[in-house]
Design a protein around this ligand. Structure first.
Ligand SMILES: [Zn+2]
Length: 414
């Protein structure tokens, strides 16, 4: 490496032949380590006097993405009136594009996304799938089949994203299908009428069918957006601790400190987890034509973690009307959240590794340990701070002890 970082790269070990990565940093652990790989496993992991061996992280996990919407921006963005000034503009633009969502189209776009994630070291993912009419959406069976196709590379979970106002009309039927296909049950709630009753329907069905829940909740900056509190109460009532994930919760940023603390302590006590989606929040919240943003809309993550909640980071939308950029790289989300949310990377690396991997019940994205699978990511950086500082740092993903081709070689095929 040009910056003096050395490693035993380049020669993929043959079966049975050991490979040693000397003097690697393992974020969260002091000192340096030698990591020995043999037969697809981590044969040894011991403190080392060697230095500058790069940084090794576990595989990443991304607990909140949208593989049905992804990579539509190229056709949306070509339309003259394709301007996004708020979340609801983005929803309208996605609706305009929805007639293009044939099974072939969805499969191609979602496959491109999975490939990008895999090449960047993602081992577990949860994708939401829009459910806007009682009928099973075109994307659902496509993603069921992609889950099977990718099962040795990425643990893919499917979460139904039921339109909030469809809940009382069709959620019972949808829950049956979600259960049949081993999915997660969820809804989009934002200031809906009869919200309490709708939340109750979701929880009653989850309990009836033994389903985990995942909500898009309060994704906006109206103080009246308070579905999170209803969800916390319902989680306690239905005893679903550890099985309810809430995404966004932007309106928490408007709460006075004492009220915020009360809500977050209640959420922690109830066993409700939070996933923040910094890219789409920064892109959509407080967005107004010709005016720069003042309110940034990302839920107060430090306070949530301090209160005892499981707090994670996710990619959310990639290449669509909600967020036209992104590349399914959880590390880039942490890199953004470091300044945007004042997160210390060494304290928050688990928000894109261990915590979402556990939440997705992944058997692929597991902690690094002697005897475990040699599935990890090597980064050409001196330490985690250096890695956060340099997006261009080389990255090599090891799966079963062998390096994958570098992710930045794949763009031509995308
Ligand atoms: Zn989302």
């Amino acid at each position: 490496m040009s910056d003096g970082i050395t490693t035993a790269l380049g020669n993929a070990p043959d079966q049975g032949q050991a490979m040693r990565l000397s003097g690697v940093a393992l974020p969260g652990n002091p000192g340096r380590y030698d990591l020995v790989v043999a037969n697809g496993k981590i044969a040894d992991l011991v403190p080392s006097n060697a230095t500058n061996g790069g940084v090794v992280t576990p595989l990443f996990a991304d607990v909140h993405v949208h593989l049905d919407k992804t990579h539509t921006i190229s056709r949306i963005g070509t339309r003259a009136n394709a301007r996004v000034e708020c979340l609801f503009d983005a929803i309208a633009l996605m609706e305009d594009d929805r007639p293009n969502w044939t099974a072939t189209d969805i499969r191609a776009r979602a496959s491109r996304a999975l490939e990008a994630a895999y090449r960047q070291g993602v081992g577990a993912m949860r994708t939401h799938i829009d459910w806007i009419a009682p009928e099973v959406p075109e994307a659902w069976p496509v993603l069921v089949s992609l889950r099977e196709e990718w099962k040795s590379r990425i643990d893919l979970q499917l979460s139904a994203l039921v339109h909030g106002d469809l809940v009382q009309v069709a959620a019972a039927e949808i829950a049956l299908r979600v259960k049949q296909d081993g999915g997660v049950f969820g809804a989009f709630f934002y200031r809906n009428a009869d919200l309490e009753a709708k939340v109750e329907v979701m929880f009653a069905l989850a309990r009836e069918h033994d389903l985990d829940l995942d909500f898009h909740v309060d994704e906006g900056l109206d103080a009246e957006a308070n579905a999170l509190s209803l969800i916390i109460d319902a989680t306690i009532r239905h005893r679903l601790a550890g099985r309810v994930l809430c995404g966004h919760a932007c309106s928490l940023t408007l709460r006075p400190a004492a009220e915020l603390e009360r809500i977050l302590l209640a959420a922690a006590e109830a066993g409700v987890a939070l996933v923040a989606l910094p890219t789409s929040n920064l892109y959509l919240q407080d967005r107004s034509n010709g005016v720069s943003p003042r309110l940034r809309g990302i839920a107060p993550l430090k306070e949530a973690r301090k209160a005892g909640m499981t707090v994670m980071l996710g990619s959310d939308n990639v290449g669509d009307a909600f967020y036209p950029y992104g590349d399914y790289d959880p590390l880039s989300i942490l890199r953004l959240a470091a300044p945007a949310c004042h997160l210390e990377p060494d304290e928050w690396l688990d928000s894109i590794t261990r915590l979402p991997a556990r939440w997705c019940a992944s058997s692929i994205a597991v902690p690094l340990e002697k005897g475990g699978p040699a599935d990890f990511v090597w980064h050409g950086a001196r330490d985690l701070g250096d890695l956060i500082s340099r997006p261009q740092a080389q990255r090599i993903v090891y799966r079963s002890g062998k390096p994958l081709p570098a992710s930045n070689q794949d763009w031509r095929n995308a």
